[in-house]
Design a protein around this ligand. Structure first.
Ligand code: ZN
Length: 351
């Protein structure tokens, strides 16, 4: 009788774990936003007027935008062992990070959450059940956003101020979410390299994978970047060790997402999507009207969404007459004879 009970208990735990992991694994497969950067719209910074001085006047910020700041972000936890290892690594390197936790992990991860906040880490909301919010009814979406906030507040005493959408899917529900939506500018793609996905990998191959990812991330990293990882894999904990050490060696300060935007003087707005911290003075939001494409290149990319990560609709030649319908920060939605889409404002001159 006793043995039978024990066996049933083990099965129950196993089923619970499988449910969690299948939910988590669903995320990355729908997550990746293509991070190809082959277009001409990434030259924005070089086209930005140089008379805009970096804003470091904020006296309340712990850091300034002239520091080399990076925000590591970890999704889908907390996990009973890997999140703890990641916290150890951060602690050893005097660093902090932001953890976007999922509702079903919050209560059993309360000790880890308490430890993270005690260290100065930030806890963000990653929905209650890791559902695709663009496919939820209004009521379910509300619950997905509100429940984790309540659960986290019970543990830390304060409600999160940042939201990360499951699977990176936010199109059309930004304002319904009602919190700042934090995406990322560097994707480690850690989920592709997790041990479960490579059962036959040798120890040497694993080391090589860890090194090549961390080398790429450290080489790509720029002030204001947000790095995406998942604190539910052993592989990610090992990767974190290399990335943290690499970034610190390059002179980066690893801060929370809120600390980083604060240092840049950016006030995070509800329902707005952020991929990295940028100086607001360097962002020119265009007024609607008639413009001409002006670039040192022959053609300029027009994209599906206001991001260099977004798919290219078409390329339009320098000198094309366009109409700006609306603008979001440094991107403008334009229409022209052959179509419409988003273009970097830096390539538009008033007619
Ligand atoms: Zn996720």
């Amino acid at each position: 009788m006793k043995r039978r009970f024990k066996f049933t208990g083990i099965i129950a735990v196993f089923v619970a774990l499988m449910t969690v992991f299948s939910a988590c694994n669903k995320n990355p497969s729908e997550t990746p936003e293509p991070s190809g950067q082959g277009g001409y719209d990434i030259e924005i910074t070089s086209q930005t007027p140089s008379d805009t001085k970096t804003d470091s006047s904020s006296t309340t910020s712990k850091y300034s935008s002239e520091d080399k700041l990076i925000a590591l972000t970890f999704d889908d936890g907390p996990h009973s062992s890997t999140t703890g290892r990641i916290l150890d690594i951060l602690e050893e390197n005097n660093s902090v990070a932001t953890f976007f936790v999922v509702g079903y992990n919050i209560e059993r991860g309360s000790e880890i959450i308490r430890r993270a906040t005690g260290m100065g880490c930030e806890i963000g909301n990653h929905s209650d059940g890791h559902k695709n919010l663009t496919k939820c009814t209004d009521d379910v979406l509300r619950e997905q956003v509100d429940e984790p906030n309540k659960k986290i507040e019970k543990i830390t005493g304060s409600s999160p101020t940042l939201f990360r959408v499951p699977g990176g899917a936010y199109k059309g529900v930004e304002s319904d979410i009602g919190m700042p939506i934090i995406q990322w500018s560097i994707d480690t793609e850690d989920w592709k390299f997790k041990d479960a996905a490579h059962p036959d990998r040798t120890a040497e191959e694993r080391e090589a994978d860890l090194k090549s990812i961390s080398d790429r991330v450290v080489a790509e990293a720029k002030n204001g970047d947000i790095i995406l990882m998942h604190d539910i894999y052993n592989f990610t904990a090992d990767l974190t060790d290399l990335i943290v050490k690499g970034l610190v060696e390059q002179g980066f300060k690893l801060v929370t997402v809120s600390e980083m935007f604060d240092a840049f003087g950016v006030e995070l707005k509800d329902g707005t999507v952020y991929r990295k911290a940028e100086n607001p003075k360097e962002i020119t939001t265009l007024a609607s009207g008639h413009y001409t494409v002006r670039s040192k290149y022959d053609t300029v990319n027009v994209r599906v969404e206001p991001s260099t990560e977004s798919e290219i609709v078409t390329e339009i030649p320098n000198g094309t007459a366009v109409t700006v319908e609306s603008a979001v920060e440094k991107w403008a939605f334009i229409s022209f004879e052959a179509g419409s889409g988003w273009i970097s404002s830096a390539f538009l001159a008033k007619q």
